[in-house]
Design a protein around this ligand. Sequence first.
Ligand code: HEM
Length: 424
Amino acid sequence: MLRFNQRQIEFVFRARRRHGEVFRMRTSMPGGLVVTSHPDHVRSLFTAKPEEAPSLAGESPLRPIVGPNSVLTAVGPRHMRQRRLLLPSFHGEAIERYTRMISDAAEREIDGWPVGRPFALAPRMQAITLDVIMAGIFGIEGRPARDTPEHWLRFATKRLVSASTMPLAQIGELMNMAREEAVGLTRAGLSLLDRPTYAVIERRRRAADLEERRDILSLLLRARTEEGEALTDREVRDELLVLVLAGHETTANSLAWTWERLVRAPAAHERLREAVRSGEEAAETIEATIVEGMRSRPVVPFIGRRTTVPWRLGPYAVSADTPIGMSILLVHHREDLYPEPFEFRPQRWLGRRPGTYEWIPFGGGIRRCLGATLAMAEQRVVLEAMARRLDLEAADPAPERALHRNVTMIPARGGRVVVRSRLN
Ligand code: HEM
C-alpha cells in the first residue's frame, strides 16, 4: 500500500509486467483491491448499473475531508440528484462566460513571469484556475476587499492547496485513511477554510440578488429536494469544497505536466508554437497536445468501483463486494492502443478521437468528471496563450518525478521552466 501510495508509477508498471493486465493487491481493505487496465473491463465498469458498481470515492482519502454527502462521495439516488443539479453549471453558456475570464487571467499571469530565471509553473497555473473557480463557484470575481469573508476564503484556499503538496501533508493523509471525520493537520487546515466558507454561505443566503445570481453557491442555496427541503449549510459546504478541491488543483497540474513534457519534446513543442503563431491547424494542434499531455500524465491516475455482484474481468471471476481499480496510467500506456507509449507525441491524435474506454483521464459513465468541459476549455486557453507569447525551456533536462497527493499525481518540482523570451 505504501509503495502504491508513494511510487504508483513504478508499482503498477512492475505489477503489470509480473502479473499481467489484471492483478490483485493486498490492501487494508478486506479482499484487497483488484486492478485492471483493459478497455473492455473499463467499459463494463463504466456502463454498469449504478447500484452494481458504485464509485470507490466514498471510501477514498477525500471522504473525511468532504464528507459522505457530496456529489463526489455520495452513491445512489443522492448522487444522481446532486449531479443533475450541478451539471448545467458546467456546460455551454456557462463555459463561454468562463473562457473570457480565463483568457484575461492567463495574459495577466504571463505578463508577470520572470525572464531568464527558473520558476515552477504549477503555482502560477493555480493562480489562474483559482480565479476561475472563485468566480464560477462562489461568484467572487477579481480580488475581494480585505477583511471580507470572500477575501479570507480566497486566501485560505490558496494556502491550503499549496500546503497540501508539502511533505507534512502526507502524514496528514495517512492519519486520515478510512476515517469518517478529518483529524490532525488536515482538520486544522480545514477549519481555517471552513470559517470563511460558512460566512460566505451565510451572507449569500441573505443576498438581495440571490434569485438572479448564476454562481454555483447561489444555485445550491436555491435548490430544493422533491420534498421541498433546502440543503443544510453543511451540505452546501461539502459540495463547494468538492468543487474547489476537484476543480482547481487538477486542472493546474494537468497544465503543468503538459508543459513538463513539452519542454522535453522539442519536435512537439516547435510544432505547437508554429501552429499557434501562424494560425495554421492551431486548434487541432492545441487539442492534440492537451489530449497527449493527459494521456501521458493523467493527474488522477487511478479510479475505482466496488462491485456489489459477482463480476467478470475477461477470464477472471471477481466475487461480489470487491473493490476494482482502473489504472488510468496503465490503460494510457498500452502498446496496442498507443505504440511507443512512453513517447510524448501529440501527432498520434491528429485525425483520431480519444476512445471512450481508452483515454480516460476524466473517468467515465455516470461518475464522469463534472468539470471535464471546463477543464478542457481552461487548458486550451492557457496553453494557447503560453505557446503564442513565450519561448520556454526546461529548468533542468531530467524529467520530473511524480508526487502522489491524495488522489492526484503532480510534478515533483511543479514543472520548473525558464522563460527565454516573451512577446507582448
Ligand atoms: C484536468 C482536470 C481534471 C481532471 C483530470 C479530473 C479528473 C476527474 C476524475 C478521474 C474523476 C472521477 C471519475 C470517475 O470515477 O469515473 C472526476 C470526478 C469529478 N470531477 Fe474532475 N477532473 C478535473 C477537473 C475538474 C473540474 C474543473 C471540476 C469542477 C469545477 C471537477 C469536478 C469533478 C466532480 C464534481 C467529480 C465527481 C463526479 C461524480 O462522481 O459524479 N473536475 N474528475
